[in-house]
Design a protein around this ligand. Structure first.
Ligand SMILES: NC(=O)c1ccc[n+]([C@@H]2O[C@H](COP(=O)([O-])OP(=O)(O)OC[C@H]3O[C@@H](n4cnc5c(N)ncnc54)[C@H](O)[C@@H]3O)[C@@H](O)[C@H]2O)c1
Length: 349
């Protein structure tokens, strides 16, 4: 039986508390301390999880020590500095997406984790939707042949609060579009060689209302990414088009649609309903979380199981710092493209 890990939470808002709840699905780990400058947020976290210590400042919490790992779920501008401080204090880190505001800062974080031997995992949770896991497996098995095009979108309604402010890293691309981007990159490990982007600005300077990206991969695959905060609700999709067929998954549906000229079973468009427990890491037998039974948040539980397993097995987490940097490089290029009107060449390492 592995020793329970001692966790600190940095950022006690909605997602930080969801992730603590999700952590309970990964076994009896100790939620020791939390930090947030917002007293009300801290109080909610203490009431919900019984943290023995709470701090206004993450620096003070990390200085006091006694932690094995930290969950970082702050506003976007604070993710990288807080995650960096946690690594420097000796913690393994689970950091929410987008991990940093640009690739340079993301790379510095990934480098520090590698240098110090700490695990760093980025919260691209859509990878843990069972329909997407099955999609990835079928792609790898050649069900639709070689990937020719990928079309993904993740869209949301009007973004207020810090999510609408440039200095906090607001805007739909860094908030939800990055999930769709990660899905595209996850499907195709080939280097991205060119990025072109169109943006429609919002009323707030430095924050886009809409963004459309076109990506070209070294293997000849093309991809598009759509994101917006002008939609009435949340929509998302991932379409894979291959030399022998196609697959489609949609946000908030656990249905995977498959059509393949290679496999008789899918010679006509077939809709597979994927159960929420299929293809994702099993929860600890003593999981106590109420989240465990919800479709929507089940992916966060799977993430936490993976993060804890990576620490205990001393291996790289499934969604690494390098994966986070790869997405940030594309988003940096998209920003530059939208500003200049030019396609931006990338040399992925
Ligand atoms: N993976 C997902 O599915 C998913 C879903 C929602 C949000 N998120 C991500 O989670 C993160 C947090 O989003 P949220 O919805 O919880 O926002 P939120 O506003 O509810 O919470 C953010 C909290 O961070 C605190 N904070 C700000 N600066 C801090 C600092 N320096 N130290 C400690 N705390 C600080 C704020 O006071 C606030 O309480 C973001 O990165 C967001 O993109 C991920």
């Amino acid at each position: 039986m592995p020793t329970p890990l001692r966790f600190g939470l940095i950022g006690c808002g909605h997602q930080g508390r969801y992730l603590c709840e999700a952590l309970r699905c990964a076994g009896p780990h100790d939620l020791v301390a939390c930090a947030d400058p917002d007293e009300a947020a801290r109080e909610r976290a203490v009431a919900q999880f019984g943290f023995a210590h709470d701090y206004e400042s993450p620096a003070k919490m990390l200085f006091d020590g006694g932690l094995d790992a930290a969950i970082v779920a702050t506003t976007h501008d604070q993710l990288q500095p807080c995650a960096m401080a946690a690594i420097l204090s000796g913690c393994h880190v689970f950091v929410e997406k987008p991990m940093a505001l640009n690739a340079e800062h993301g790379q510095a974080l990934a480098d520090e984790a590698n240098r110090t031997g700490h695990k760093l995992m980025v919260g691209y949770a859509l990878r843990y939707r069972p329909d997407r896991v099955l999609m990835g497996r079928m792609l790898a098995e050649g069900v639709i042949g070689d990937l020719v095009q990928v079309h993904a979108g993740q869209l949301i309604g009007s973004m207020g609060g810090w999510l609408g402010k440039a200095r906090h890293g607001g805007g739909p691309l860094l908030y939800v579009g990055c999930h769709a981007l990660d899905q595209i990159l996850w499907c195709n490990p080939s280097p991205v060689t060119r990025v072109y982007a169109e943006e429609v600005p919002s009323a707030v300077p430095g924050v886009e209302a809409d963004a459309l990206l076109t990506l070209r991969f070294a293997d000849g695959c093309l991809a598009t990414l759509s994101t917006s905060q002008r939609l009435g609700g949340r929509y998302g999709w991932l379409d894979l088009l291959g030399t022998h067929g196609r697959m489609r998954a949609e946000w908030e549906s656990y249905r995977l649609s498959v059509e393949s000229r290679k496999m008789a079973a899918y010679s006509h468009l077939t809709h597979l309903d994927v159960a929420m427990t299929d293809f994702v890491p099993a929860l600890a037998p003593d999981a106590t979380s109420t989240l465990a039974s919800y479709y929507y948040v089940r992916m966060w539980a799977a993430e936490m199981v993976e993060f804890v397993s990576a620490i205990q097995e001393d291996r790289r987490p499934a969604i690494s710092g390098e994966d986070g940097v790869r997405a940030l490089r594309v988003m940096d290029a998209a920003r530059q493209s939208a500003e200049t009107g030019q396609a931006i060449a990338l040399r992925e390492t």
